[in-house]
Write a protein that binds this ligand. Structure first.
Ligand SMILES: Nc1ncnc2c1ncn2[C@@H]1O[C@H](COP(=O)(O)OP(=O)(O)OP(=O)(O)O)[C@@H](O)[C@H]1O
Length: 342
């Protein structure tokens, strides 16, 4: 029962998703390098990668093969998303090399309803449930924050916080955010997104009927920029500013590795402030949240080296204990309607 595991474990959960082969993928695509074992033990959880005749098996909390639809993926996270309304911090982020399907998984193609990604689906679910809970006395206040950036310092600029009252408002904010993201073309991925993208929905809920219980939770839905290896960098055709930008992105991803490894070793000092990315993700990794990472993979044999790096990183993330999440429920002290949530 995967959902029970999601509830009880203190680890960062990892879901792996392999995108379908695309017409633009390179030569030799008939030789599959990624396969999903069909034995009952590893069914839906195992993934094997073959490189130079060597087989590398991995197991995660869930593996989606190239046939999985956006709805199939959403079904597996919807219970986790709902926990945000119960007072838990929930963080979901995607990791993987450029062109591996992070944007597709998180944002999808908004123009086709069945291809909507996890962010719009999650927001719709949160709004629907919060509205249905109104009849039980719950009132929720939602705020939306968006923090895009790609460089390595910790100062967070471009922070937008907006009160949101309807799903329509969220959709238009998502559109705006997608537009304002700096998008640059590399030879690897025409639509390559050049910045990290951290989206947060802050939810504060109060129940006027049952004992003035107050809940506060944050739903973090984040999108991480792709992993470029050195080899990939030279193949991507990046030069000048683009090369510098790619190096900055690599640097911030290497800071993320440092944070993950410090957490795994339970070190006293975790270097969250070494990059803006880790600073932004601190709420996801700081210990009191339910955190899920997607590792996205391309099935293209020319990406096998990057896929192996991503899988190894994901396995270390999966083994990393960040503590048992705490629900944030308080008794309301005053009946002042202008609540301060501290
Ligand atoms: N599951 C999928 N089904 C169909 N098409 C997909 C799927 N996943 C990804 N794609 C397509 O693959 C291409 C690359 O995916 P996407 O842009 O999501 O990669 P990315 O990891 O976000 O890349 P970058 O880090 O460069 O932004 C896109 O054309 C996308 O529509």
């Amino acid at each position: 029962m995967p959902m029970i595991k999601l509830e009880l474990r203190g680890n960062i959960r990892v879901f792996c998703r392999v995108r379908p082969l695309l017409p633009d993928d390179g030569a030799g695509t008939e030789n599959a390098v990624i396969s999903c074992p069909t034995s009952t033990e590893a069914l839906g959880r195992g993934i094997d990668l073959s490189q130079s005749g060597q087989r590398y098996p991995f197991t995660f909390d869930k593996v989606f093969n190239h046939e999985a639809s956006q709805q199939d993926v959403f079904v597996e996270i919807s219970q986790l998303v709902q926990r945000a309304l119960d007072g838990y911090k929930v963080c979901i982020f995607a990791y993987g090399q450029t062109g591996s399907g992070k944007t597709y998984t998180m944002m999808g193609r908004p123009e086709a309803p069945e291809q909507k990604g996890l962010i719009p689906r999650s927001l719709e679910q949160i709004f629907q449930i919060s509205q249905s809970l109104q009849s039980q006395g719950w009132k929720y206040k939602m705020q939306y924050t968006i923090k895009p950036d790609s460089n390595g310092n910790t100062h967070v600029s471009d922070l937008t916080i907006v009160d949101v009252c309807s799903i329509k408002e969220i959709s238009s904010l998502l559109h705006q955010a997608a537009r304002s993201r700096s998008v640059g073309k590399t030879q690897m991925n025409e639509q390559s997104s050049r910045s990290h993208f951290v989206f947060t929905l802050r939810i504060s809920g109060v129940n006027e009927v049952c004992a003035f219980v107050m809940r506060q939770s944050h739903l973090h839905l984040s999108l991480l920029l792709g992993l470029f290896s050195v080899e990939r960098l030279s193949r991507s055709g990046a030069t000048g500013d683009r090369l510098k930008e790619t190096q900055d992105i690599n640097k911030s991803l290497s800071c993320l590795s440092d944070v993950i490894f410090a957490l795994a070793k339970k070190e006293d000092h975790v270097p969250f402030r070494n990059s803006k990315l880790t600073y932004l993700l601190q709420p996801c990794l700081g210990g009191d949240s339910k955190t899920l990472m997607f590792v996205n993979l391309s099935p293209d044999p020319s990406s096998v080296g990057e896929s192996l790096c991503s899988l190894r990183f994901a396995a270390r993330v999966n083994a990393c204990e960040i503590g048992i999440p705490q629900r944030q429920t308080n008794m309301r002290i005053s009946q002042n309607p202008h609540l301060s949530y501290g």
